[in-house]
Ligand binder design. Sequence first.
Ligand code: MN
Length: 220
Amino acid sequence: MYSVGETYARALHRVGATPVILPPIMQAQDCELLLLRLDGLLLSGGEDVSPGYYGEAPAAWMGGVDAERDTAEMLLVQAALGQNKPLFAICRGHQVLNVALGGTLYQDIAAQLPNTLDHAYVPARPMEQLVHSVTLASDSRLAAILGGVEFKVNSAHHQSLREPGAGMRIVAHAPDGVVEATELPDYPFCLSVQWHPEAMVKTDDAMLPLFAAFVAAAGA
Ligand code: MN
């Protein structure tokens, strides 16, 4: 079975998109053809990215990986960027996008970044529950879309961005310095966030403009 959290599809559908779920078996040609028929690409959350993509061996504290999904998503990112399609990347997707552009990750925040907040997934905690604040760059597209520079967000990740990929601008941090969002200033529309807006919009609309802006860009 291939699956994706229903909250991604519901959030997109709520703001006017017709969501399509892609199986992670595509090769380069499949991705090129798929993207020709799609108006945008949303990269969802999930397991860790294979660290070989950023030149590291797996550390002991790494989580599980899915090599087939890694391959497909790296190719999807390249195809989307090659066609100037809007991109919106969430959690794992935010990390995939960074690595696809040549960036690197911390394989585990708790092990490699001492004195940081606990950003990790807690099974018993509702996904929409707010965990820490983020501060946005005031001149970022992200701040313009959300209409502010300070937000409370959820958190369900044990890895985070280290060096940003080519052309990426880091536009949000948690209070402990952990990177929480990026954008590509020289690209039509590309946002990535480490938190889970698709879960937050179940109970609060503060993050709904992210989906609306992505879908508006896709519709254009
Ligand atoms: Mn976090």
